[in-house]
Design a protein around this ligand. Sequence first.
Ligand code: SME
Length: 161
Amino acid sequence: MAENLILPNTHNRKELYQALLPQVEALLMPEDDLIANLANIAAALKQTFGFFWVGFYLKKEQNLVLGPFQGPIACTRIAFHRGVCGHCYTSQQTVLVPDVEAFPGHIACSSDSKSEIVVPVFNRQGEVCMVLDVDSDKLNDFSEDDVLGLEALMRCLEQKL
Ligand code: SME
């Protein structure tokens, strides 16, 4: 597949996710290297939506450790019980935070981050093995469209785990 995304000329996120999903599937299908696939997913999301920060935290021993991402530098290790990422990891559910300052324990890697969504990724044993973290510099920037779109992308990634 050519290494470029073909996207509709719209700001409608639902339509953008619909266009993106089959292209990410095609990008991941021939490649078994996890880091390469995570890097391309982060880049595809950044390119499509212009999110402030998008990346992965991978479960490694007793922490979530920073993986491939797009955006400003970020904290490298998050304990399982800390922050929005930790809450996603322990609850095993997508966490949507409209205002990060209203989320107790939110870890501010950047003061520009205003809202956030974190989606769990499950391995073949059904355990959370990483999370996808997306930050916006706008308040209340994420909706159910992002929940559904990002979860669909993570289900696609799980086929490669
Ligand atoms: N805000 C996250 C930390 C990761 S950064 O946003 C990239 C959290 O509270 O878990």
